[in-house]
Design a binder for this molecule. Structure first.
Ligand SMILES: Nc1ncnc2c1ncn2[C@@H]1O[C@H](COP(=O)(O)OP(=O)(O)OP(=O)(O)O)[C@@H](O)[C@H]1O
Length: 303
């Protein structure tokens, strides 16, 4: 089952379509990485799912229900979120801040201690939040999102601004959630490396459009090895290869072929040479995940 399903979801600001016909499918129990360069439309999309921004067009289903006026509040009761930097009362302790949320939302009191333990803030629960580090504040935000043990957790760039240790800690906490509590987690990032270490499903958006959505494994699959061939006349070589039923695409002056056995590669090069084509280069290559991200989004992976 898909915990989130959007259909042709759009958001227009002024004349610009910032989110364009998005069809997202978030499988139950997954950590779904929502990846895209800055300004691609990630926050806008997550806010639409959470009912904080009204879509221009399209529909959203969350936990099997349409997000319309009659269902929205009951669905959102089962959803936790951390969008932008969380706000706190600095003069209150971490525990007191959580108590406010717990009381307002009618959540059992015992959950406060439990979530403080989950986010490893148990030892600092009596410290004023004004004295928390950025990483601790972010973990307190996660604790607040976890208070009601939601079925779905939506985290918008939860590691933004954290130091490497803070990023690592947040990542470990997120990775544990589906296994420990059966949660589905949607986590956005502009960093491919981060999603690569956390998610098992990935969606990539570019200028509001979905350019990839599948398992992380499938994304890695795109980085498999291939052969790059350059000849004295690629156009003729391509035609000759097609006649031999060898698929290839042209990219930056090279013909890109699937990996071939040594025997087949020798036969093919002999065949091309027999047709008066010079083999200038024949190389084995592998695309990195960064290359794939760049191909898909036109932006470097760490923007
Ligand atoms: N309230 C708004 N009014 C007008 N334009 C907006 C508004 N909110 C967002 N935008 C524009 O929509 C586009 C997408 O913004 P969004 O914040 O969703 O991107 P993002 O992928 O989350 O990027 P970032 O990581 O920088 O937050 C941007 O061009 C942004 O300027």
């Amino acid at each position: 089952m898909n915990i989130i399903q959007t259909h042709d979801l759009c958001k227009q600001y002024g004349n610009a379509l910032r989110v364009s016909h998005l069809n997202l499918n978030v499988p139950e129990g997954s950590i779904y990485g929502f990846l895209g360069p800055n300004g691609a439309g990630k926050s806008t999309t997550l806010k639409m799912i959470l009912g904080l921004v009204r879509p221009t067009a399209g529909s959203i289903r969350v936990l099997g229900k349409d997000m319309d006026n009659s269902n929205r509040l009951s669905v959102l009761r089962q959803v936790g979120s951390l969008i932008e930097s969380p706000s706190y009362y600095g003069h209150l302790t971490g525990e007191e801040n959580l108590r406010i949320v717990q009381t307002l939302r009618g959540i059992p009191e015992k959950n406060i201690r439990e979530v403080l333990q989950i986010v490893r803030l148990d030892g600092q629960r009596e410290k004023k939040v004004a004295h928390y580090s950025l990483g601790m504040k972010q973990r307190l935000g996660l604790a607040a999102a976890l208070l009601g043990y939601p079925k779905l957790l939506i985290l918008d760039e939860p590691t933004n601004g954290l130091d490497p240790a803070g990023i690592q800690e947040m990542r470990e906490l997120i990775c544990d959630l589906p296994g420990r509590f059966g949660m589905t987690v949607v986590v956005s990032s502009h960093l491919l490396s981060e999603i690569d270490q956390m998610a098992n499903h990935v969606a990539i958006i570019r200028e509001g459009e979905l350019v990839f959505q599948d398992s992380l494994e499938a994304l890695h699959g795109r980085s498999r090895h291939h052969l790059a061939l350059r000849t004295t006349n690629n156009a003729i070589a391509r035609r000759l290869l097609a006649e031999q039923s060898v698929p290839c695409e042209e990219e930056n002056g090279y013909l890109i072929l699937p990996i071939l056995s040594d025997e087949v590669a020798a036969q093919l090069t002999g065949f091309l040479a027999g047709n008066r084509l010079g083999i200038v280069r024949l190389e084995e290559r592998q695309k990195s995940l960064e290359d794939i991200f760049l191909d898909l989004t036109g932006k470097a992976a760490s923007l």
